[in-house]
Design a protein around this ligand. Structure first.
Ligand SMILES: NC(=O)c1ccc[n+]([C@@H]2O[C@H](COP(=O)([O-])OP(=O)(O)OC[C@H]3O[C@@H](n4cnc5c(N)ncnc54)[C@H](O)[C@@H]3O)[C@@H](O)[C@H]2O)c1
Length: 249
């Protein structure tokens, strides 16, 4: 029996990278899955992989920046799968923009996807978790939300916001039996950091105590811990850092 047998998990940002690895691991552990992402084609591939691992899968194209589209997708997922127990927020965008080149539009889009997206998912999933008598919300922020980063003021502000939002929701939702936690990874080899220069990556690797970037498969087990019982039972309002030793809070 898998560790998530009988559980239904929504993974937002499931089409690529960390979200795809979490969806795949959760499928192997017996969860039923609702997979949401903006990238419809890639979502189809990940859905097929999860079905291959034995999961029942509901998939829907969603822009997390749009509250109504998130609400509609979550309601449809709950109807299709019979409820929601676990929500993982892994959708995100990243670009390097120095403050002096930052337009309000760039700032607002990053905040809309990376922070407001987490609010939308939490806001519209919470009634479904409450209906089940409890559940788990697991948000993927970034260690940059703790340590800051040059040319990333919009991303850093959004990720620091996700860490703060996680603490506020942990307090507010504890009476409903909902545990809310944040994963703040260090650099992970995914398309998200594809635009960063090889020079930057090589310098960053040298800086890391463990000397290497993570792979999505290195991050997924932290989400599994937070999603399962008894391993995750005493974590709420916490920020876990699978980060190659880059940040030691
Ligand atoms: N890769 C890293 O180094 C790293 C480090 C720390 C934190 N993170 C965070 O991890 C999360 C996952 O990133 P990743 O590295 O797997 O990147 P990724 O680009 O591989 O995956 C991100 C996913 O989010 C989806 N997405 C983007 N905008 C969306 C929107 N508006 N609505 C719905 N889906 C949308 C993309 O289509 C993609 O499938 C992100 O929140 C990212 O900020 C990544």
């Amino acid at each position: 029996m898998g560790q998530l047998a009988g559980k239904t998990a929504v993974v937002v940002g499931a089409a690529s990278g960390i979200g795809a690895a979490i969806a795949t691991l959760f499928a192997r552990e017996g969860a039923q899955l609702a997979l949401l992402d903006l990238a419809e084609d890639a979502l189809g591939e990940v859905s097929a992989r999860c079905r291959g691992a034995g999961a029942e899968v509901f998939a829907s194209a969603v822009d997390v920046a749009s509250g109504p589209s998130v609400e509609e997708a979550l309601n449809a997922a709950a109807k299709a799968l019979g409820g929601i127990d676990i929500v993982v927020n892994s959708a995100g965008i990243l670009d390097e923009t120095p403050l002096l080149d930052m337009t309000t539009e760039t700032w607002e889009r990053t905040l809309a996807v990376d922070l407001t997206g987490v609010f939308h998912t939490s806001r519209f999933a919470a009634p479904h978790l409450i209906a089940r008598g409890g559940g788990r919300i697991i948000n993927v922020a970034s260690q940059l939300g703790i340590k800051g980063g040059v040319g990333l003021s919009h991303y850093v502000a959004a990720k620091a916001g996700v860490i703060g939002l996680g603490k506020a929701l942990a307090l507010e939702l504890a009476p409903h039996g909902i545990l809310v936690n944040t994963i703040a990874p260090g650099p992970v080899e995914t398309p998200l950091i594809g635009a960063l220069s090889e020079e930057w990556k090589a310098a960053k690797r040298r800086e890391l105590p463990l000397g290497r970037f993570g792979r999505p498969e290195d991050i997924a087990p932290t989400a599994l811990l937070l999603a399962t019982s008894p391993g995750g039972d005493l974590y709420t309002g916490q920020t876990l850092g699978p980060n190659s030793g880059d940040v030691m809070p």
